[in-house]
Design a protein around this ligand. Structure first.
Ligand code: BEZ
Length: 391
């Protein structure tokens, strides 16, 4: 009888001890570091873009004392090489081996689509700080996937409206992958809306930079304008090749990213080029003034759109974390807060559509010296239609 009592008592106290342990483990969790998985390219054509996104993200965290919602931030960084064939393995490493709390990535649309598939299947929070693939906030949209950059359609469409102000025929040149195709589709829609007509689409495989045959064909067609989607290291070479081929004055060149962050390397070849994007150098608002100063102090360089997108990824994550006091277990509450976030971005006010894509102003810019200077707003609060998203 006595021994049964002792056994029951010890069983009860074991349960009580276990409960106490679990309760303290749960309440201890928010004081542990929060793990941020930065899956970005640090090699290849998009390496510089990846670095700028990472710098932007880290800048926001540093401005907040290295913490988000009271928790120290720990980074796990992985070079995705802008290689879609390695994306599944790389994403699984970050989620299953490193157990990151949030996945931040990436630049290349093809890589980002695989990342989003894995994030969706494992219910991991993901923030896309660049890749513009339509599917990310379209047919593949998910409650746990957000984007702080653009859909490829947005800058393409704004560029089409911009070019149509003065030109009525155009040829497009793009890298043959999701981003190139979608950017050109956006351009065509905007250009046709403005009364223009795209005569021909030319392309080459990503990340090929042998532009000469395409430039020769363009010169033969003689459209009133050309629109190009290439980025990163490719954009520097394209703009230089375009000027060297003597096309700069005869066939005005338009694009979204072609002069972003690279004016110093492009020099005179880029002077006067008109582009459309959701950021411009020296954009006049208080947040951007502070952002530029802070970025210069931290990295001794002026920021560009990629730094802004990384910074806003951190701001968006912080909005979710603050709503749950750092408890990432409360995912539904975090997502709700992120969905309704109104961010004070260096690009201007930033909110999110139902599909979790940015709603933002699109600016016309002209390259003067080392700056892409804003001339006017082409479209205010442009949202991607995201027709296939069922959120
Ligand atoms: C993309 O792959 O979506 C992309 C890459 C670089 C610049 C813009 C878009």
């Amino acid at each position: 009888m006595f021994s049964t009592y002792i056994r029951r008592l010890s069983a009860q106290s074991t349960v009580a001890m276990a409960c106490t342990f679990l309760a303290s483990a749960a309440s201890a969790q928010p004081s542990e570091p929060i793990k941020v998985g930065l899956m970005l390219p640090t090699s290849g054509t998009f390496a510089e873009l990846g670095k700028k996104v990472a710098n932007g993200f880290k800048l926001y965290v540093t401005e907040n004392g290295g913490k988000l919602a009271g928790r120290t931030v720990q980074y796990v960084e992985l070079d995705d090489e802008s290689d879609p064939s390695k994306a599944n393995e790389n994403t699984n490493k970050l989620i299953k081996r490193d157990r990151v709390d949030v996945l931040v990535g990436t630049i290349h649309s093809g890589v980002a689509m695989t990342m989003a598939r894995v994030a969706r299947d494992t219910n991991t929070l993901m923030i896309v700080p660049n890749a513009g693939a339509a599917e990310l906030t379209g047919s593949m949209c998910a409650p746990n996937v957000f984007r702080t950059s653009f859909s490829n359609w947005q800058p393409g469409y704004a560029s089409g409206l911009l070019a149509a102000r003065k030109r009525k025929t155009a040829v497009t040149i793009s890298w043959k992958y999701a981003a190139g195709d979608e950017s050109v589709r956006g351009f065509r829609e905007g250009f046709e809306k403005g009364g223009g007509r795209v005569i021909k689409d030319l392309n080459l495989p990503f990340p090929n930079v042998e532009f000469q045959p395409l430039l020769t064909e363009l010169a033969t067609i003689k459209p009133e304008a050309a629109y190009v989607f290439v980025a990163g290291a490719g954009q520097v070479k394209f703009v230089r090749d375009y000027a060297a081929a003597g096309l700069k004055n005869s066939i005005p060149l338009y694009g979204a990213f072609i002069t972003e962050g690279t004016l110093e390397a492009q020099g005179e070849a880029a002077s006067g080029l008109q582009t459309a994007l959701h950021y411009a150098d020296g954009l006049k608002n208080a947040k951007n003034d502070a952002f530029i100063a802070s970025h210069k102090k931290a990295f001794n360089t002026v920021p560009d759109v990629f730094a802004v997108q990384g910074y806003d990824a951190a701001q968006l994550f912080a909005a979710g974390l603050n709503a749950v006091k750092g408890d990432t277990g409360k995912k539904a509450e975090m997502i709700k807060a992120m969905e309704s976030a109104k961010l004070d971005s260096p690009r201007g006010p930033l909110s999110f559509s139902k599909s979790h894509n940015p709603i933002q102003d699109m600016y016309a810019r002209v390259a003067i010296g080392k700056q892409n200077v804003m001339t006017d707003v082409i479209v205010k609060t442009l949202a991607d239609p995201s027709l296939d998203c069922k959120l």
